[in-house]
Design a protein around this ligand. Structure first.
Ligand SMILES: [Zn+2]
Length: 242
């Protein structure tokens, strides 16, 4: 548990590191160009901690995505100080379940660093018992006030569910978990239907998470929000679905 003095020390350490520069903070160039702006940004990021509400954390997460989309990443918490800070204990801000797709690098997409994101990944971002257990751990034990399920544009696992063909090995088990999200009655071959199914799959997996008594109780107490989101491969933007 971090207390206020720990957080204050962390700010001082970071500001000191910016002042020291060389080899300690990776984004020194920007701070040298405009030190005042750099200090403000670092303090703002540090205001997110274990006492933040679900809405505050979600806003902070999406703020990082905006920086990424604007090609203005700050790469917070990616320095040696942060490495040392979280080496004894992790206190991530959010739990995220996403697809394994190599084009969805979560730390980059949300412009976050070491110890910020508690991540569960599998093809199709499906909620298996192990994934649900991991997210329960993230929310109930590590205390993240947000659990996000993140689907993405052109998800191959969802495509396979739409095609519904025999698959080798155990790949079929992934597709079977997505099948209920495919609206067979209205199915067509359009890009729109594909995208719609990806989003429906996110909501399907969220239903499974909401069936977890542990997550449900945390949500009832206002300590947790479970949110669905969609990632655009072309723009890098994350948009909320719920
Ligand atoms: Zn995918």
């Amino acid at each position: 548990m971090k207390n206020n003095s720990t957080i204050a020390r962390r700010k001082l350490l970071k500001l000191g590191a910016v002042a020291l520069g060389a080899g300690v903070v990776t984004k020194v160039t920007a701070s040298q160009a405009n030190p005042a702006t750099k200090k403000e940004i670092i303090i703002a990021l540090d205001t997110l901690n274990e006492n933040s509400t679900p809405d505050q954390v979600l806003a902070g997460l999406l703020e990082g995505n905006k920086r990424f989309v604007a090609n203005k990443p700050e790469a917070p918490n990616q320095d040696y100080i942060r490495l040392q800070e979280v080496s004894a204990e992790q206190k991530p801000l959010v739990s995220i379940m996403s697809c394994s797709d190599s084009r969805v690098p979560l730390g980059v997409v949300f412009d976050r660093g070491i110890g910020d994101l508690f991540v569960v990944r599998d093809a199709g971002n499906i909620a298996t018992p192990e994934e649900i257990g991991s997210l329960e751990y993230g929310a109930a034990v590590l205390g993240t006030p947000i659990v996000m399920v993140l689907g993405h544009e052109k998800c191959g696992a969802v495509k396979a569910a739409l095609e519904n063909k025999p698959l080798p090995g155990q790949i079929g088990s992934i597709v079977a978990a997505i099948q209920p999200a495919v609206d067979r009655a209205n199915k067509d071959d359009s890009e729109e239907f594909y995208t719609e199914t990806i989003k429906r799959n996110v909501m399907l997996q969220i239903e499974k998470l909401q069936a977890s008594p542990l997550l449900h109780d945390l949500a009832e107490q206002g300590k947790l929000k479970i949110v669905g989101a969609y990632y655009s491969l072309k723009t890098g933007e994350v948009s909320l679905l719920s």
